[in-house]
Design a protein around this ligand. Structure first.
Ligand code: NAP
Length: 360
């Protein structure tokens, strides 16, 4: 496989740090540019991150001394040093839209973790095992942007990376009708650690701005279909969500209640989960988990601390599937929010785009 030079925009942040670690020994990708805000620009990566480094592994040695560039002011320099960029920045939505489009228009593809472009009709929002065919919208997007190579592809929100993968493969046979979900979300999802957010210890916060809307609406784009030059949202399944912040470092848990158009047996659901695999597994992409959906029989599993790192944090853990009195079934599921839910999901999406020739 060919190798690609890549940049990390937002390299100093929580997700950017994950990208730095995941890309350090990636078989296809070499990090040749790091960028963040003007506050970090001109410093070495080590200086710019400083005490904000929140990963348990140290900063990759080859990145420590690399000079951090200004994501906006140094765009020409960055684009000339890379084949594409990963983007995870904490900025206002209009500024993110402008930044990502500027990179795309410099003919530099953008694999984004940000929410700003998730509902741009010709921007694919992809969970690579579920809707890889949505990358076929990219030629239409390039036409709109007037680019040869440049485009934007995004991954979906971290909250839904456990329950949407569990439900999606059940839909074609049984028709997922409606779903009620409560999420229990880690503090790294807010870019925080316990040191920086002591108020979260011994506490639960029943509000995460914008999260419930994303958790209810984004699945409809994953379920959507390409129609001409846009992706049309599906109008079902219907989702309702409550999202809570809990005192956990990493890993988003979800408690799910679901009804189907045609109720499956428990055995049928378990069989589909066990046998499910997608294009990333078929192509043996470097970050594809071998077994994407993993069911645990024990009543007290999965647990955030024990299971979040399953298959490098790229697999989904499921448990407690049982019939419900008001919905057909209920179960719990878990995924690592900064790995599968953020940087890892971004890296897997980039691997898919490379394998399909979109980064050439
Ligand atoms: P974070 O830890 O607050 O990091 C923010 C990053 O954005 C830093 O690198 C920061 O650089 C950079 N930045 C801020 N203002 C900028 C500007 N004007 N120009 C260029 N760079 C700028 O945030 P995060 O948790 O990594 O989240 C980043 C993005 O990923 C957000 O859109 C978030 O919604 C999304 N996301 C996060 C998670 C998660 O689990 N954390 C999951 C999915 C998606 P400086 O250090 O120079 O300020």
């Amino acid at each position: 496989m060919k190798t690609y030079n890549v940049g990390i925009i937002g390299a100093t942040g929580m997700v950017g740090q994950r990208f730095a670690l995941l890309l350090a020994d990636h078989p296809w990708f070499n990090v040749t540019a790091l960028a963040a805000s003007a506050r970090s620009a001109g410093k070495t990566y080590l200086e710019a991150v400083g005490p904000r480094w929140a990963m348990s592994d140290p900063i990759p040695e080859n990145l420590e001394g690399m000079t951090v560039l200004d994501a906006a002011a140094d765009i020409d320099k960055i684009c000339s040093a890379v084949d594409f960029v990963f983007c995870a920045v904490d900025m206002k939505k209009p500024d993110i839209l402008a930044l990502e489009e500027a990179y795309a228009k410099h003919d530099c593809p953008v694999v984004s973790n940000n929410s700003a472009n998730r509902f741009t009709p010709d921007v694919p929002m992809i969970i690579p095992e579920l809707n890889p065919e949505h990358i076929d919208i990219i030629p239409a997007q390039r036409k709109r942007l007037g680019t040869k190579r440049g485009f934007i592809a995004v991954k979906s929100n971290c909250s839904l990376q456990s329950y949407v993968p569990a439900l999606f493969p059940l839909d074609s046979e049984f028709g997922v009708d409606k779903c009620l979900v409560c999420t229990y979300q880690a503090i790294s999802g807010a870019g925080k650690t316990f040191e920086r957010w002591p108020e979260i210890l011994d506490n639960v916060i029943p509000y995460i701005g914008g999260e419930e809307e994303k958790s209810e609406r984004e699945p409809l784009k994953i379920w959507g279909k390409i129609a001409g030059d846009k992706i049309e949202l599906a109008d079902s399944p219907k989702f309702t969500a409550q999202c809570l912040r809990v005192p956990v470092s990493d890993g988003h848990m979800a408690a799910v209640f679901v009804s189907f158009k045609k109720k499956p047996t428990k055995e049928q659901i378990l069989e589909i989960w066990k046998n499910f695999s997608g294009v990333p597994q078929k192509l043996s992409l470097p970050h594809a988990p071998k077994q994407f959906l993993n069911y645990f029989e024990a009543d007290d599993m999965p647990q955030t601390k024990l299971n979040r790192n399953l298959e490098g944090g790229m697999a989904v853990s499921i448990g407690r599937l049982r019939e419900d009195t008001q919905y057909d079934y209920k179960f719990v599921c878990l995924s690592h929010n900064t790995l599968r839910g953020a940087a890892g999901g971004g890296v897997l999406l980039a691997e898919l785009l490379c394998a399909k020739g979109y980064m050439d």
